[in-house]
Design a protein around this ligand. Structure first.
Ligand code: NAD
Length: 413
């Protein structure tokens, strides 16, 4: 089953519980626009390489399309379509006036020099320039893209249009018009939601062991935030593999070690054992944070998960077939469309600041983010009780109720 089919399955399930208007479901089951581009890039050795890129605009009933750009060797149109649909759903879960989009380029950025990466990014901007803009479609970082890439993006777009249009993209550096708090936003938003959940089960951080899959923007930051809040981090992984340390890990040391030794597998010391990515997910812990890629928990391994709670900072890390098994085992999955919505929320704040030309302090950003995440959590938990369903179905229902209204207001049904 393709990733996009997974997304449709999730929409279908929530739609049948809440009895969503059939035509709303039909509208949301197809993206509004799918763009595929071929990007010629001059390489450092003088050769020319052609890279394939995508931008999918899923739905803009709630506002301009919004969603990150992924640089990865396994990106394809199906994945980008799924990610764009989740963006539409996610923005609506937290009630921000944005729609859903996503982009990607088939590339392993680790194989490119900085200059090649810049030329590739600028070529991508030139190719999709006709369909994006600060009020139409605003990309952002995702896997393997960062503020430097967003700065090139904003610069190239502004050059083409002949004026400063840095609001075309979010996740920029502070110097180029980024928002304070954006770097931490995805993880911070997830932590705010986890704290709300923790209150409902009187969870004590000091007695709670956490495993984190993925140690990039989302995973690396959540490790710092959770460890600061008193949680014990007992396992981590990245694309090279993982380590499990029953005695706990020092996150600051781990972060410096990862920079120095390139992967968490080379860190941790004698009290840690090396494990594969698959093995890490099945180790003893209370909370499993998924912060890498999609399709990590399937029907095959869901039965072996020992965590009581899964916090989904990645998009689509739990497959629909696994949900049923987790439900039966009483494992709570705090779904991606709620748990990782902090990133797009602070991206929205960045759009507001760019339009206004006035910039907020981190002390202003975080309480605004918290308000939005806590309200979304409350709405989703209330819908979970009202419709007697798990948190994923409840988050979809929360989102679809708002989208149905927007689509109706537009006179589309
Ligand atoms: P990133 O590129 O900064 O980090 C990804 C991490 O995952 C890296 O540590 C990488 O080594 C690791 N990884 C890759 N394959 C792995 C595997 N098979 N097993 C274990 N680790 C693996 O990316 P990110 O921005 O942190 O994104 C991670 C996830 O969070 C993605 O699903 C992304 O869509 C989602 N997300 C990110 C944001 C954001 O603001 N960055 C917002 C919402 C959702």
């Amino acid at each position: 089953m393709s990733l996009f089919e997974n997304t449709l399955k999730q929409i279908e399930k929530a739609a049948s519980i809440m009895k969503l208007d059939e035509n709303v479901k039909r509208i949301l089951s197809v993206p509004q626009r799918e763009v595929e581009v071929n990007l010629p890039v001059k390489m450092d050795d003088g050769s020319l390489k052609i890279f394939k890129g995508f931008r999918v605009q899923h739905n803009n009933a709630a506002g301009p399309y919004k969603g990150g750009i992924r640089y990865h060797q396994q990106v394809d149109m199906g994945e980008v379509k799924a990610l764009s649909a989740w963006m539409t759903i996610k923005c609506s879960v937290v009630g921000i006036p944005l729609g859903g989009g996503k982009g990607g380029i088939i590339v392993d950025p680790k194989q490119l020099s900085l200059g090649e990466l810049e030329r590739l990014t600028r070529a991508y901007v030139r190719a999709i320039e006709p369909v994006i803009g600060p009020e139409t479609d605003v990309p952002a970082p995702d896997v393997n893209t960062n503020s430097q890439i967003m700065d090139w993006f904003a610069d190239e777009y502004s050059k083409i249009r002949g004026k400063d249009l840095r609001g075309v993209v979010t996740g920029k550096s502070l110097e180029a018009g980024g928002s304070k708090g954006r770097n931490n936003a995805t993880a911070q938003g997830g932590v705010y939601v986890l704290e709300e959940y923790a209150k409902t089960v009187s969870l004590n951080p000091k007695e709670t062991k956490v495993i984190i899959q993925g140690f990039g923007n989302a995973g690396g930051v959540v490790a710092k935030l959770l460890s600061k809040a008193g949680y014990e981090i007992v396992g981590v992984s990245d694309s090279q593999g993982g380590i499990f340390c029953s005695q706990g890990l020092n996150v600051d040391e781990l972060t410096s070690c990862k920079v120095e030794k390139k992967s968490v597998v080379n860190c941790g010391g004698a009290t840690c054992k090396k494990v594969s990515n698959e093995e890490l997910l099945e180790q003893e812990c209370d909370i499993l944070v998924l912060a890498a890629l999609e399709n990590q928990v399937s029907a095959k391994n869901a039965g072996n998960i020992k965590a009581k709670v899964i916090l989904e900072l990645a998009n689509g890390p739990v497959m629909p077939e696994a949900d049923e098994i987790l439900d039966k085992k009483g494992i709570i999955a705090i779904p991606d469309i709620l748990a990782n919505a902090g990133g797009v929320t602070v991206s929205y704040f960045e759009m507001l600041q760019n339009a206004d030309g006035k910039y907020w302090s981190e002390e202003e950003v975080n309480p605004k983010l918290k308000d939005i995440m806590v309200s979304a959590w409350e709405e989703v938990s209330a819908n979970s009780k009202k419709y007697n369903c798990n948190l994923r179905d409840a988050a979809f229902i929360t989102s679809l109720l708002r989208l149905e209204q927007k689509i109706r207001e537009k006179g589309l049904i």
